[in-house]
Design a protein around this ligand. Structure first.
Ligand code: ADP
Ligand code: MG
Length: 235
């Protein structure tokens, strides 16, 4: 099975990226000429109004979606040129995702929700790793519970454990504190900080000033373009 190494000093490199959708109401330019480089080990916050393209930016950075035109490189690999199976493999190895709505599977208990991120979910090591992460997030005695039995904060801690299971180099967090009380928000942000301190690269979409303050750089989007950088049009 092919595996990709991540060894570039630039973790994320968008070159002239457009993402357009054709809808009943016409063409939507979710990203409209984005060129952006994020170095390995950077902590970048992404801000912008609803609909400005923040989630699209993260989806492309993680290989969940492909650009309409332009090139997306992650860790020196051109993920926008990979077939979907290769992108999925790359993602599992190197990228962790956290979302505002947690995206846990309702029919699995929480230890299985974490293990499912493993490349080999049935390996004993994946169970040990999942349990260690749940322990770290204070959820060890909840491991046989279903997500519906947990509070929002607990669910997001499960999602953090899942995101970290494979030891990713890149963490993509899309409004991860959007549904949390301040105390749970702090737990999640502290975990993101710890990931960054250990050398990880973070791209965090957030509306919270306190969260954005933890980042070393803020990228602002408006109408699919990065403010303050010349839009590169390839169309
Ligand atoms: P944000 O996360 O900043 O709120 P998004 O990246 O989700 O913004 O969306 C950017 C724009 O692209 C919005 O106008 C949104 O409606 C549109 N969009 C996103 N996904 C789709 C889709 N699958 N089909 C059509 N339009 C979409
Ligand atoms: Mg969004």
């Amino acid at each position: 099975m092919a595996s990709y190494t991540v060894n570039s000093s630039i973790m994320i490199d968008f070159a002239g990226v457009h993402k357009h959708y054709t809808t009943a109401h016409g063409e939507v330019r979710a990203l409209d000429g984005v060129s952006l480089a994020i170095e390995a080990g950077e902590y970048v916050a992404v801000q912008g109004h609803s609909g400005s393209g923040k989630s699209t930016l993260l989806a492309l950075a993680g290989g969940l979606a492909l650009p309409t035109t332009g090139k997306v490189m992650v860790g020196g690999e051109e993920i926008s040129a990979m077939a979907s199976a290769a992108r999925a493999r790359f993602r599992a190895q190197h990228v962790g995702f956290v979302f505002q709505m947690f995206h846990l599977l309702p029919y699995l208990n929480i230890v299985d929700n974490v293990r499912i991120a493993s490349r080999d979910p049935h390996a004993p090591q994946s169970l040990a790793n999942a349990e260690a992460l749940l322990d770290r997030f204070g959820l060890h005695d909840r491991r046989t519970h279903r997500p519906s039995q947990l509070s929002a904060g607990e669910r997001q801690r499960v999602a953090m454990a899942r995101a970290l299971l494979n030891g990713p180099k890149l963490l993509l967090a899309d409004e991860p504190t959007g549904n949390l009380d301040p105390e749970n928000a702090r737990v999640v942000l502290d975990a993101i900080d710890a990931f960054h301190t250990e050398g990880g690269t973070v791209l965090l979409v957030t509306h919270h000033a306190e969260a954005a303050e933890r980042a070393a750089r803020i990228v602002s989007l408006r109408s699919g373009q990065v403010l303050g950088s010349p839009a590169v049009s390839t169309t």
